[in-house]
Design a protein around this ligand. Sequence first.
Ligand SMILES: [Zn+2]
Length: 467
Amino acid sequence: MRHGWRYAMLGATLLAGANMPAAQADSTDPLAGAPGLGDPYYPLDGNGGYQADHYDVTVSYDPPTRQLIGSTRIDATATQAMHAFNLDYDGPQISKVTVNNLPAAFDRNGDHELTITPLLPLLPGLPFTVAVQYAGPVNSSDDSGWNFSPSGGAFVAGEPHSASSWYPLNDSPLNKATFTLHASVPQEWEVMSNGIKVDDTVQNGTRTVDWDMRQPVAGYLTTIAIDKFQFLEQQRANGTQLLSAFAPDALKAKDIEARLPEILDFQEQLYGPYPFDVAGGIFVDTDLQFSLETQSRPIYAPWTDLDTVVHEVTHQWWGDSMSVQHWSDICLNECFASYTADYLWPERKDGKDVDAQYRETVAKYHDDPKFWQISLQNPGVGQEFTSVYYRGPLFLHALRRTMGDDAFFPAVRDFVMGHKYGNASMPEFRQFMQTRTPQDLNGFFAAWLDRTDRPGDEFLYPGSLHS
Ligand SMILES: [Zn+2]
């Protein structure tokens, strides 16, 4: 994710942060799947007792009335004996739930819990199928779900929550699954989503588009976008198909997106082979405050520039293919996306002196305590998307200058490739980087990642960064 703001524009409210009490998962019933996976920031995200393996989502959407009719089938595997389990869902009204094709009781509770009680208990290790039918109008809700476009179209975007606004799921990066979408709209509209466009057929005034994401994807990285799109089709030298879509007032971004093959080549040299079958982007013309790295096809806000595209494409490795374990690990996503776009691209493409850029930035905020006060590792709930952008790149540049390019670049590539299609944490990253250098990094990591004040000069000005 990238916001339209920069540190210099940050108000006191955002830096003060949110102070939300953590809800507790009810673990009193041993035969009910836990209603959350215990994320330190969002303990009720995701659910225990099963693993979702594949989502097959069928929706029809009518832009004039904003009516959604949905039917989602989830192939899952029970990890414990259960007479009840939860999905995360806060979309339109549910009419029917079945488990293994038998009717199941259901109850909606809390912010986004859907508790399902199958007719027959589920047994550990066995696969089961859940089907949920629902219909009703969709609502926009504070950038965490449906957004509406000037043309009357709509799209879903939001981090960490958005998927539960249009289909029920196990909404945690810890449960990534493959994802298929069958979307129907009136024929004059187009549909974009993640992965391969398998089919696009118009029949009796209705357009149906099928999409297939064959690599596992976290819920917030799935999207559906409906608009009067124009398209840009490109191809990489290796044959990878690139499909990008532009809402009517977003066509000016075509020149930037035309550089996607070059951007992907640049990223591959840094981080290894592009992890998905296809790529592209969805350029909206809604007044959106953020761009988001939805898998294989980021959603781009109208203020998107080249730097933003490089940022979101970096996330395809750092965030999408390799996902956080917990939201406190967010630096793995945003520190790398920001460093790649703000430092590595200008350095390697434009010959910029990034050591000078680093020293100027440090000097500018040297005596600004607010700049240093939100820790990069475990920044706190509601503060995930702050310091990782403006201090994250400084951390990685200082780490690179501490280890040296010959150690740093192969190490970060091996780390992200080693967690392909999986999850990773900041503690794992620290341990891994330590194995790639004889220097003791403990003091460096503590100063840059754990502390809430400026690192000491020995960590601020390592090696060639010495002022
Ligand atoms: Zn980002």
